[in-house]
Design a protein around this ligand. Structure first.
Ligand SMILES: [Mg+2]
Length: 258
């Protein structure tokens, strides 16, 4: 790969699988940090605050600094402040997620709202979905933090937010606006943080429809790792194609010099 000056590295499926680290990946992160190449670890996880997520990564063995992590939660605060600075927002999300919105100055309400914001909410139920659906149908903006259908867990995969987005879309006829990968908010934030144009950045991740689509949509280069969700047979059926494919991030030096 030519001219790579910055890296965006996915977490689940790339550095870890659920609550287990992929052996050797913490050492790769250290090696990248010692090189000239700046990087960000990027996660669509919106089930907790960025601080809580950083704590999880520390417990797994990654010696990351706060500024080296960019989450969908953080991107959501950025997006709301940029597009709807005065909006009254009803989040469907966990307490850490909601806490980060409040700390970011977002006006959180439970009624008379302008924005329905769907995050990864393990307490989601009929009443919450029904209320959200009513507001969306009445004209509230419908945002979702990320589009993933599944997330890695100790049982293999858990249901993620994607199916709940579909419930609300189907029942209201309104399409959600997605904030996390593959859309552009995290790309714009990443370019700002790395101070690099898209073409100089490579995205490393395990999912075609989030990580690789994110790179392609935002004109970045892409490296698919086969240590997570995507398999070689998925690649054959997919319209979304990566620039490079490696077995895992442990092989990154085969495609990027660092
Ligand atoms: Mg992943």
């Amino acid at each position: 790969m030519d001219g790579i000056k910055g890296l965006l590295i996915d977490v689940d499926g790339t550095l870890c699988l659920g609550d287990s680290i992929i052996p050797g990946t913490a050492e790769i992160i250290e090696k990248i940090r010692l090189s000239e190449i700046p990087f960000l670890v990027l996660s669509n996880n919106s089930s907790m605050s960025s601080e809580e997520y950083l704590g999880k990564l520390h417990r797994l063995g990654f010696n990351l600094k706060r500024e080296e992590l960019l989450t969908a939660t953080e991107a959501t605060v950025f997006y709301l402040k940029e597009k709807y600075p005065d909006a009254r927002v009803m989040p469907l999300g966990m307490s850490g997620f909601v806490g980060e919105l409040i700390d970011g100055g977002i006006n959180i309400v439970d009624d008379s709202l302008d924005v329905v914001l769907l995050a990864y909410d393990k307490t989601i139920n009929f009443d919450k979905l029904n209320k959200a659906g009513h507001y969306i149908k009445q004209g509230s903006v419908f945002l979702a933090t990320h589009p993933d259908m599944l997330c890695n867990s100790s049982d293999g995969y858990d249901i993620d937010i994607g199916a709940f987005i579909m419930i609300l879309e189907k029942s209201t006829g309104v399409k959600a606006t997605i904030i996390g990968k593959p859309e552009d908010t995290m790309a714009r934030l990443s370019m700002k943080r790395l101070n690099l144009p898209a073409k100089d950045i490579a995205v490393i991740g395990d999912r075609l429809y989030t990580d690789i689509a994110f790179a392609n949509k935002n004109k970045m280069q892409s490296v698919l790792v086969l240590s997570g969700e995507a398999t070689v047979s998925d690649l054959k059926d997919s319209q979304v194609k990566p620039d490079y494919i490696i077995g895992s991030i442990l092989d990154l030096d085969k495609v990027v010099k660092f």
